[in-house]
Write a protein that binds this ligand. Structure first.
Ligand code: NAD
Length: 390
């Protein structure tokens, strides 16, 4: 069976869905791989390395002849229209935000796998692209803060005086937040963190950071995720966070609720209480923002009262794509591991009774198999009996 990999078409996207390393893995399980020339160039993977790994290189990928299309960004309707019925697609889909494309995948008879839906089980960790890309994002946002902060991160004791370490506060201690903590610690900052999930206190402590306990109940939801706070609790959370934010040189926010807009953790009035030169990084800027006023892809200067100077509010955008080499290396392995799991004798034959395969499936055989997406597309439609394991 033939796996197609093309250059990503989203402007600014520099990642690629297969690397020479992942091609080797796909070829080893009996699949053939066709890569569009230049697909890996922006991520630092030249065509020659794909060829050495066993891929066939083409100037333009004939989408209608791919048995499987591996992709990074959600497909657009134009691409879906060029696929043949029965084609398998594997990549990010962001189903809640792309219902029209999901409907197109369904109507075209595509068997689509959305990497966002891979169940968060130990067995599926090697296929979990949310985790691999959040790792990149958490690391990167600390570097972005360090580059903008007009101070050192580490403690320096020099003949000319002692410089105290920067104080970094991480709000939201999931995969990205924990990676931000680890990176800030490595740079020598004094790090504290907060999250609404009960388990996060131990997770934060295990990274060597100080957990901030607020006088509030925790908010644990299904599957290890947090639940959304009602507005009165969210307002109380902001008030309790205020002194911690004002005492920080760097605030990094990573809080998210699956399928919901990002929770608002920081109001603009809270920013004005920070010290001049402080930096606030909003990793959730693209999904509504944890910080009031953040704009994806922009640095916003916030003027402080009187002559106190300003702080910088940074709205992050396309973060994993900013480190395309290693982001692609991890992402491509997530894709190839899922494909290898589904491959028998050189054929990709999904076993939908496998909870990882069934869980990641979004559309198959003309139906939307993921119940929340089905409900969002056609609220009155009942789930049909598919035999797909979830
Ligand atoms: P996420 O991206 O949905 O959210 C990021 C963090 O924001 C979470 O820790 C969440 O608790 C936090 N948050 C939400 N609302 C908040 C608020 N109002 N205030 C403060 N924090 C808030 O989550 P994620 O990082 O993808 O993963 C979260 C959980 O999933 C963790 O428990 C993690 O250990 C678990 N996980 C398990 C696996 C696995 O077993 N394979 C893989 C990845 C993650």
């Amino acid at each position: 069976m033939n796996i197609g990999v093309r250059r990503e078409i989203e402007p600014g996207e520099r990642r690629v869905a297969a690397t020479p390393e992942s091609v080797l893995q796909l070829v080893a399980v009996g699949l053939s791989v066709t890569v569009q020339r230049g697909a890996g160039a922006a991520a630092g993977y030249p065509d020659s390395e794909y060829a050495t790994a066993g891929a066939r290189l083409v100037d333009s990928l004939d989408l209608g002849r791919c048995d499987v299309l591996a992709h990074v960004r959600p497909l657009d309707a134009g691409t879906v229209a060029r696929l043949s019925a029965g084609t398998i697609t594997v990549g990010l889909v962001a189903p809640a935000a792309n219902l029209e494309v999901v409907a197109a995948l369904r109507d075209a008879g595509i068997t689509s796998f959305a990497l966002e839906l891979v169940p968060r089980l130990s067995r599926a960790q090697s296929m979990d692209a949310l985790t691999s890309q959040a790792l990149v994002a958490g690391y990167r946002c600390v570097l972005e803060a360090a580059m903008r902060l007009p101070r050192f991160f580490p403690l320096y004791m020099t003949a000319a005086g002692t410089i105290p370490p920067a104080r970094v506060l991480v709000l939201g201690a999931g995969v990205a937040g924990l990676q931000a903590i680890a990176t800030a610690k490595r740079l020598g900052a004094r790090v504290s963190a907060y999250d609404v999930r009960a388990a996060s206190a131990d997770e934060v402590a295990s990274m060597g950071a100080t957990f901030i306990s607020l006088d509030m109940d925790t908010a644990d939801g299904a599957g290890g995720y947090a639940t959304e706070l009602a507005e009165d609790r969210a307002a109380r959370q902001r008030e309790l966070l205020r002194p911690h934010i004002e005492a920080s040189d760097v605030v990094i926010t990573t809080a998210a609720i699956p399928g919901r807009p990002a929770p608002r953790l920081v109001g603009s009035d809270m920013l004005r209480g920070m010290r001049a030169g402080s930096v606030v990084i909003d990793l959730a800027a693209e999904s509504g923002g944890n910080v009031e006023g953040s704009v994806p892809g922009h640095d916003i200067p916030i003027l402080l009262d009187g002559d106190r100077g300003m702080i910088t509010l940074v709205g992050m955008k396309d973060v994993p794509s900013a480190m395309p080499h290693d982001a692609s290396r991890l992402y491509a392995k997530n894709v190839s591991n899922l494909l290898a799991l589904m491959t028998v004798d050189g054929e990709v034959v999904p076993d939908f009774t496998d909870e990882v395969v069934g869980g990641a499936c979004l559309t198959h055989d003309g139906i939307v198999t993921h119940q929340p997406t089905l409900e969002a597309i056609s609220p009155s439609e009942e789930a049909r009996e598919t035999g797909i394991q979830r």
